[in-house]
Design a protein around this ligand. Structure first.
Ligand SMILES: Cc1cc2nc3c(=O)[nH]c(=O)nc-3n(C[C@H](O)[C@H](O)[C@H](O)COP(=O)(O)OP(=O)(O)OC[C@H]3O[C@@H](n4cnc5c(N)ncnc54)[C@H](O)[C@@H]3O)c2cc1C
Length: 411
């Protein structure tokens, strides 16, 4: 235990560990605290996919920067990183999604990304388990990657430690101490740490940690699951990630089989403050029925998932926001408190860039680019809980839909 740090980062998932690492790179003395083992909660359960073509140019730039950092991860941090770069296919089966793909290709090309519309037959030659019936359009984004999820948070945490950060696993933060509206310390089960800067990177518990300083964080932890089939003869790691827009389903090679995950219409939302302090992601109740129904919704494209045996089924608690954007930056009204979360099921492969920009924001006093669309300050006034939950549900259940093709209430 230490009694003083320049910055205390609460939460050692992808977002917290990346922030801690980039702060140590900027010369800050950092304590990285987790109530569980380091990098053990939602982050290691992710699918590990990048999606670089995003809803806005800024998000696209950040997602591209994150992938570049993953490509150089071992060189930068000295830590292992297994990743594949087979690119990704995005499939439209409805007319409005054909238009969405045309628009995405135009944006991607304007931004210099290696993305094109390809024929369904070409898509099948890249992903042999894909059937082409009913496909109206397909894009191929050639630089998308997938990675082994645990290596990212663990690698950043270890790299931060090598640069002097103190890692405190199995240490729950129970208080954020403030004086005259400014952070002066962080209280843990094992004692207090004096600091003027605290970062809430508590993932599913983001709101509970913000509440320790009397602050709000309007995010809703939402269960998300995936399954991995037994090994299949034609699967190769070099086959692309495949996303089906209308069904909000993704497929990729993993462990010799195929992984399938997706976004159901009525996901289970959590209120962490109603759970006991000892509750962990291991305690999350999973439901294979959700994934079987998602698999049935893409039966025409991936009949292979019908009644197939599985080698793995896992899930975690990413957090949704009402507008589908992350929450990153200083918390209004509590000087020295920052938040990084609201990942909307995309915070693992973006963490290299987000941790870097938050570290710059903390050390330089301002963000390296206009990030107001992600700032906690955009949530002026609190939404009624039922309205927030409904907005988060709509964002979740239309994960691959553009703003233009989403139901009006969410766009
Ligand atoms: C099945 C699945 C598939 C996914 N697929 C992808 C994908 O393909 N690509 C992608 O980018 N993202 C994906 N995600 C989302 C991704 O996992 C999250 O965006 C990311 O892990 C968020 O990281 P985090 O650091 O915010 O949270 P976490 O990894 O949950 O870390 C938060 C940490 O805070 C700690 N903590 C909480 N409260 C306290 C406290 N009071 N004191 C101390 N510590 C505390 C917790 O113990 C935890 O370790 C997926 C998620 C799931 C579940």
């Amino acid at each position: 235990m230490i009694d003083q740090a320049d910055v205390v980062v609460i939460g050692s998932g992808g977002l917290g560990a990346s922030t801690a690492y980039h702060l140590t790179k900027a010369g800050r003395k950092v304590a990285l605290i987790d109530q569980a083992a380091i990098a053990s909660q939602t982050s290691p359960r992710a699918a590990g996919l990048s999606g670089q073509l995003r809803r806005s140019e800024t998000m696209t730039r950040l997602a591209v920067a994150a992938v570049k950092k993953i490509e150089r991860f071992t060189e930068e941090t000295g830590e292992p990183m297994v990743f594949f770069q087979p690119g990704s296919l995005k499939i439209a089966r409805l007319p409005q999604h054909e238009t969405q793909l045309q628009e995405e290709v135009a944006i991607g090309k304007r931004m210099g990304l290696d993305v094109d519309l390809i024929s369904p037959a070409e898509a099948k030659s890249l992903m042999p388990y894909l059937e082409t019936t009913g496909i109206r359009a397909v894009t191929h984004m050639r630089t998308d990657i997938y990675l082994e999820p645990v290596q990212l948070p663990l690698g950043y945490a270890r790299a931060a430690e090598k640069r002097g950060a103190v890692l405190l696993p199995d240490t729950r933060v129970t208080g954020i101490i403030t004086e005259r509206g400014a952070v002066t310390g962080v209280r843990t089960e094992r004692g207090e740490i004096r600091t003027e800067v605290a970062v809430d990177a508590a993932g599913g518990w983001l709101r509970s940690v913000a509440a320790l300083a009397g602050a709000g964080a309007p995010v809703v932890p939402t269960r998300h699951q995936l399954m991995i089939t037994v090994p299949l003869p034609e699967v190769r790691p070099e086959q692309p990630i495949t996303r089906i827009i209308d069904a909000n389903v993704y497929v990729r090679p993993d462990k010799g089989g195929l992984m399938l995950g997706g976004y159901e219409a009525n996901p289970v939302q959590y209120d962490m403050q109603s759970l006991p302090p000892a509750w962990r992601i291991d305690d999350l109740e999973l439901d294979l029925g959700v994934l079987r129904r998602l698999a049935a919704s893409v039966r025409e494209q991936f009949p292979i998932f019908e009644n197939i045996a599985l080698q793995e089924h896992r899930g975690g608690l990413p957090t949704m926001t009402g507008d589908g954007e992350h929450v990153i930056g200083p918390v209004p009204g509590v000087h020295g408190l920052y938040i990084i979360g609201g990942c909307c099921v995309g915070g693992l492969t973006t963490a290299p860039a987000f941790g870097e920009v938050l570290a710059a924001w903390i050390t330089e006093g301002e963000p390296p680019m206009d990030l107001s669309f992600m700032a906690p300050a955009r949530f002026a006034g609190r939404l009624p809980e039922d309205v927030l939950r409904e907005r988060c549900r709509v964002q979740y259940s239309h994960h691959y839909w553009s703003h233009a093709s989403m139901p009006r209430s969410a766009a």
